[in-house]
Design a protein around this ligand. Structure first.
Ligand code: MN
Length: 254
């Protein structure tokens, strides 16, 4: 089992190192990650400039590539020949922050796993719901990431579904279970802040406050609120089957 590890927080994120340590016992691990933070960068690919992937090392000495492209670029590079052998599985994370509900559309962490699916490789995204605290403990996240990825390998997770995993904050003993649940609904409260630079010109800041959400049972947001791990299977087809039927009865031409 050859596992590619990547993220959207950048190659120096402690979450990337934690994920590598969590998955090392499960197979041969390769690391290709962006050289900067792409959080909320969504699913973007680089078309109009070359990409560089330079050898580097993680804090524990693990060899890695740092790439000047996006998280999805990292996965595409790795699968298409940067690595001597292509990965059997791509795991993205451990993201420093939640990817719940609507977040998955903004998330570079989820985009990296989705890029794997596009290229025919199973993908898993792992996020730690922690706010923005320094000295975050990855102990629980490492344990659950290792357990869930091992189970996904055993269940032969196919390349047409990705697992979006969110792990609540807290020590391992505080997190008693994992639930398989659907996406919930995020609420982004941020208002537009207008300030002025030293030359008197306006600049803008959208939001900044932590998003909240509807804490419904059976959703990722409700599960995290109950201090349990949320596992949500995602696929890329955003088609509304309801509206296909409704709109097919409309007469579109004379
Ligand atoms: Mn991130």
């Amino acid at each position: 089992m050859h596992i590619l590890i990547t993220n959207d927080d950048g190659v120096r994120s402690p979450g990337l190192l934690a994920l590598k340590q969590a998955l090392e016992p499960l197979g041969d691990v390769s690391v290709v990650a962006p050289d900067r933070n792409w959080s909320a960068g969504g699913h973007s690919r680089t078309l109009f400039s070359p990409l560089r992937a330079n050898p580097t090392r993680l804090a524990d000495g693990t060899p890695a590539f740092e790439c000047d492209g996006t998280p999805a670029d990292c996965v595409a590079l790795a699968v298409k020949g940067l690595l001597p052998t292509p990965p059997d599985l791509v795991v993205s994370g451990i993201n420093l922050g939640a990817n719940l509900g609507h977040d998955v559309l903004y998330s570079g962490t989820v985009a990296a796993a989705m890029e794997a699916l596009i290229l025919g490789v199973p993908g898993i995204a792992v996020s730690l719901v922690h706010g923005y605290k320094p000295n975050t403990s990855f102990e629980a996240a490492r344990m659950w990431a290792s357990r869930i990825v091992a189970q996904a390998i055993q269940q032969q997770l196919p390349a047409d579904v990705l697992l979006n995993i969110n792990i609540p904050p807290g020590p391992p003993e505080a997190i008693t279970a994992a639930q398989v649940v659907r996406l919930g609904e995020r609420i982004y409260p941020g208002e537009l802040v207008v300030r002025h630079d030293p030359r008197g010109r306006p600049y803008y800041w959208i939001g900044g406050e932590e998003p909240t959400g509807k804490l419904a049972d059976g959703t990722d947001l409700g599960t995290i609120a109950a201090s349990q791990v949320a596992i949500t299977p995602l696929h890329f087809d955003l088609t509304s089957m309801y509206w296909i039927e409704r709109l097919q009865s409309v007469r579109w031409q004379d």
